[in-house]
Every structure is written in structure tokens, then in C-alpha cells.
Design a protein around this ligand. Structure first.
Ligand code: TYD
Length: 203
């Protein structure tokens, strides 16, 4: 393979996507592929500082400011980490990306979805995922997995997370080619098999 791939993992907090990303990375590495694991917000360097503000700042943060911080992190991440890796022929597995802004800031915080999409387009500057996997699960289950220790975003409440979930399903409906929804209430191994099936369709 001479062109890299960019695969993003999406879903509400507690959906199990990070575990699935790690399992896929191990699987692909065992087949000899060169894998880069990364995340938003805060892959490394400046991004980690932005992440710290987004998740732990305990003063008031306006919804618009929150959106721009995620977008600033995204622009840095695309330029410094994602593009160089994809251009070098690697497979980049990214824990959250543009659809998190649409689902959380658009549907969750109820900012205008079309504007978030437009700002996303500016932040990614033409780099779009080859595949996005949404791990869908009901809100009660995902929140019970998150537990009682919650960061600033995880403390947003049940209604917020219901909107986030609906947001992801809406995104998948609008972009069925790129965005695939998996039932994340299945066992870890069953979900892993579903992930592999989707990724194999890219080769
Ligand atoms: P993180 O600890 O990485 O959560 P998770 O393990 O569930 O991915 O925290 C990231 C939080 O930021 C998560 O609650 C989702 C939120 N988020 C947004 O609201 N907008 C965004 O654009 C991104 C990338 C994340």
C-alpha cells in the first residue's frame, strides 16, 4: 500500500471506542502495517495544553470558546501529526475528530450544526477520514461505564448525551459512505470482529 489511511473512532463517552482502537491497532500491526495511534483533543505538545483546559478548567467556558479550542487543537493535530503520517503511507487511527465537534458542540451544546461543519472544514484543510466508525450505545450504559469521576465534558448530563447520540446517528445518515455505525452494546470481541470487517473493506 503506497497511500496511508486515516480512520477515526467516534461515539459518546464510555462507548468503548478507545479499547476497540487499541485492539485494531494490535491486529493491523500483527499483519505488518505501520500504525499511528492518536487522539483529539490533545495528541501531544501544544494539544496537551489545550486538552487540559478543555477537560479540567473549572471556571466558566462559553460554548463558542469551547468549540474554537477543539478546532484549534484539530488544526494543530492535522498539520503536525495526521498529514505527515498519512503522507508517509501509515495507517492513522484517531480517537475522536470532526464528528465529535458536530455531535458535542453542534447537537449537544446546540450550536448551529452547519457552522460547526464549516469551521471543521477550515480546521482540517482538506484532510478527511477514509472511514469513521461510530460506536453506538444507549446513554444509561455509557454513563455507567464512565462512573462517578467525571471531567468537565462528561458532567454535561443525560439530555446532553441523548442529543450527542442522536447527532452521531444523524451524521451517519447524511454521510453513509464514510460513516459506519456499530452496535457497541455487543461483547468486546464481537465489536472487534465488526471493526475488522469495516476496515478490510478499505483495502
Ligand atoms: P476524552 O477523555 O478523550 O474522552 P473519550 O475517552 O470519551 O474520548 O475527552 C474528550 C472529551 O471531549 C469528550 O467528552 C468528548 C469531547 N469532545 C468534544 O466535545 N468536541 C470535540 O471536538 C472533541 C474532539 C471532543
Amino acid at each position: 500500500m503506497n497511500k496511508g489511511l486515516f480512520i477515526t473512532f467516534e461515539g459518546a463517552d464510555g462507548c468503548g471506542k478507545t479499547t476497540q482502537l487499541e485492539m485494531l491497532a494490535e491486529y493491523l500491526q500483527s499483519k505488518g502495517y505501520d500504525i499511528v495511534i492518536t487522539r483529539e483533543p490533545g495528541a501531544k505538545g501544544l494539544g496537551e495544553k489545550i486538552r487540559e483546559i478543555l477537560l479540567n478548567y473549572d471556571g466558566e467556558v462559553s460554548d463558542r470558546c469551547e468549540s474554537f479550542l477543539f478546532l484549534a487543537d484539530r488544526a494543530q493535530h492535522i498539520d503536525m501529526i495526521v498529514n505527515p503520517a498519512v503522507e508517509a503511507g501509515k495507517i492513522v487511527l484517531c480517537d475522536r475528530h470532526t464528528d465529535s465537534s458536530v455531535a458535542y458542540q453542534g447537537y449537544g451544546r446546540q450550536l448551529p450544526v452547519e457552522r460547526i461543519k464549516m469551521l471543521n472544514a477550515i480546521a482540517v484543510n482538506g484532510r478527511n477520514p477514509d472511514l469513521t466508525i461510530v460506536f453506538d450505545i444507549d446513554v444509561e450504559t455509557s454513563m455507567s461505564r464512565v462512573g462517578k469521576e467525571r471531567d468537565r465534558m462528561e458532567s454535561a448530563g443525560q439530555d446532553f448525551f441523548n442529543r450527542v447520540r442522536q447527532g452521531y446517528l444523524e451524521i451517519a445518515k447524511q454521510e453513509p459512505q464514510r460513516v459506519k455505525v456499530l452496535d457497541a452494546s455487543k461483547s468486546i470481541n464481537e465489536v472487534h470482529k465488526d471493526v475488522i470487517k469495516l476496515v478490510k473493506s478499505l483495502f
